[in-house]
Ligand binder design. Structure first.
Ligand SMILES: [Zn+2]
Ligand SMILES: [Zn+2]
Ligand SMILES: [Zn+2]
Length: 228
């Protein structure tokens, strides 16, 4: 081989090397050619990510943004986190569905901003002490009412009848007390209060079932007001 050819071969070899180096540089910095400096799932030098050691915040990695499927998560506190914080409703529902831990379900009821999620979670609570806490202390009448419907413990129901201020909730609790004499003693107006609530429920049902006959803004059959 003469000198001219040797030089050309060297140039070709050099150029090939150049291309490789450029390709590598496109993805990594020179510093990471041989080893990345991993911090969780991300290299702190070049920013490359790897599919391990993610820092999960519910369904999303807080470092690289990768998402994971919820159905493999078994940790109850993670599921509670998802039920409370996840933006996608379907994921929240799924998380509540997978929750069984009573304390975690209570956490969801207390912290979620979504009344439907709260209702579904509360519906899965059987622990009478937790339910009593909601029935007595929740600021939400909907939550207090929902808790009362799940309480079977007679002494808790008695306490609620004694202290609850909202009539509907008081009636709901009194209805579940087995001793009629006790109800009479604790809630002398119980029969009247219940009759009033039943009448109101019947009126609402009538309006729901009515094939309205509108006269202006009112139905002449059931008295309902038109929304529009
Ligand atoms: Zn790197
Ligand atoms: Zn990650
Ligand atoms: Zn009507």
């Amino acid at each position: 081989m003469n000198a001219e050819y040797r030089i050309r071969d060297d140039l070709v070899a050099l150029r090939g090397c150049d291309i490789v180096i450029n390709l590598v540089l496109g993805v990594y910095t020179m510093a990471c050619l041989f080893s990345h400096k991993w911090n969780d799932c991300k290299c702190e030098k070049c920013g490359k990510t790897r599919d391990e050691q993610h820092v999960w915040k519910g369904c999303v990695c807080s470092v690289c943004g990768q998402e994971r499927s919820i159905d493999k998560i078994t940790d109850q506190s993670v599921l509670a986190y998802i039920a409370i914080n996840e933006k996608v409703k379907q994921r929240r529902d799924m998380a509540v569905d997978m929750l069984n831990d009573q304390v975690m379900l209570a956490e969801v009821v207390s912290k979620t901003g979504d009344y439907k999620t709260s209702g579904t979670a509360l519906n899965k609570i059987k622990d009478q002490t937790i339910l009593a806490n909601f029935a007595k202390n929740s600021n939400s009448t909907v939550t207090r009412m929902a808790a009362v419907t799940k309480i079977v413990d007679q002494s808790i129901l008695i306490e609620i009848v004694k202290n609850e201020r909202v009539n509907d909730i008081r009636v709901a609790a009194a209805e579940k007390i087995t001793s009629q004499d006790l109800v009479k003693e604790l809630f002398p107006d119980f029969v009247e209060a219940k009759a009033k609530i039943d009448k109101e429920k019947a009126r609402i049902k009538e309006q729901e079932d009515c094939k309205h006959n509108w006269n202006g803004s009112y139905c002449v059959k059931c008295g309902a007001a038109r929304d529009d």
